[in-house]
Design a protein around this ligand. Sequence first.
Ligand code: GDP
Ligand code: MN
Length: 387
Amino acid sequence: MDLLEYQGKQLFARHGLRVSSGRAVAGVEDAVAAAAEVGYPVVIKAQVLIGGRGKAGGVKLAEDEAQTREHAGNILGMDIRGHTVHTLWIEHASDIASEYYASVLLDRSAKKPLVMFSVEGGVDIEEVAERSPEKLVRRHVDPLGGLTREQAVQIARDGGADADVLEGVADALTALYEVWLQEDATLAEINPLIVTPQREVRALDAKVSLDGNALYRHPENQSLSDTANEDPIERRAKEQGVQYVKLDGDIGILGNGAGLVMSTLDVVAQAGGRPANFLDAGGGSNAEKIEQAVELLLANDAVKAVLFNIFGGITRCDEVAQGLIAAFQRIKPAVPFVVRLDGTNDREGRRLLQEAALPNVHAASTMNEAAEMVVALAAGEPVGARA
Ligand code: GDP
Ligand code: MN
């Protein structure tokens, strides 16, 4: 679960990390009022779940009301690489002496938290890592001991932070580590972490991803899931209690059980296809549930063909077939479906499908066969074996 900058800053502030005071607004007049409250000069920032807003024109300084009106008007509704701006963050502008970089994340291969720090902040950190890796300090932290004061100061020193702000940077790293750990974040990043001319260290940007599976431990963070910025299909899936992840291919995938769906993605990729989504319909597949799942799949315009992969266990294939038939009578999909039914009552299920003679539905009995059929169909090639 990715947070908008201002939401990340709220978490930062809760853990004693310094941020500028500001207001989130959704309209030009509110922006003007917010700017007056935080005091000029202000910086007006597009709140979207993507970086590089500055370069895209989504971060502007304003000295007065006229400039606030102009920039707020331009940024609201702006499209930043596919993300529409609905919210602005207005904060009191900072004077900047240096721009550093800091982040904490989990290094899965080392099974340890990783703290990164660089004095080359404010720019694309991947570039720094590539161009001059020695300028990016990477330090693993003992997961039980946590980030010690000594280690935090050492990281700041090794990264080349100015001598007079070593303590300030160490404070920021310590607070950032606490955010990452206590809020169950998967990533906590500050770019830039600035040093002001008064030598204060402050987070000017925030990129925080929270572990959605740990959200139950943080009821106070529930409201941060910014529904307006979520993919609309993923939001609908969540409301229906269905696991759906949008991918960038053109083959819709539906299965029962996360493991089966993941293997289906692999098999389709192996057959040369590109999955459009991950969708786990879960156990027990009545008509209504299948109808909802099919609607979710087809809500993505990119889908050219669908692979329906069901392995019957507790879920009975004949029930799934009935659900599919009922769903198809109502929805009448325009794209071809390949249905693979295997397991409990599979023969009965396939017989039901055959009798229903649904147009555009093809039956397969193995996963490989199903994958090859759906890849051919997505490419507009004809296949045999109608259900
Ligand atoms: P990003 O482009 O999406 O990473 O957005 P940032 O929040 O990092 O802002 C981009 C850049 O705008 C920063 O690197 C700063 O150079 C500049 N910027 C942001 N806030 C301020 C501010 O308060 N004062 C000044 N002078 N520059 C700022
Ligand atoms: Mn940034």
